[in-house]
Design a protein around this ligand. Structure first.
Ligand SMILES: [Zn+2]
Length: 65
């Protein structure tokens, strides 16, 4: 029996994604830069790196399995 290591995977932001008190890193699908945000009360966000308007569901978050 081997212990399974905690793994993370990348997933899209959905309506259940929450920032939490330390915020959450999200990845821009256009330029692949990460930025930290603290709340998800928006439906689209302009990326501070590439200035692209990215819809909420297109942002990428890291999730734990
Ligand atoms: Zn970007």
């Amino acid at each position: 029996m081997t212990k399974t290591q905690p793994k993370t995977y990348l997933s899209n932001v959905n309506r259940y994604t929450r920032g939490g008190k330390n915020g959450k890193q999200i990845c821009c699908p256009e330029c692949r830069e990460w930025l930290r945000i603290y709340h998800f009360s928006w439906s689209s966000l302009t990326c501070i790196n590439c200035r692209e308007d990215v819809k909420k569901e297109d942002w990428i978050v890291e999730k734990r399995v």
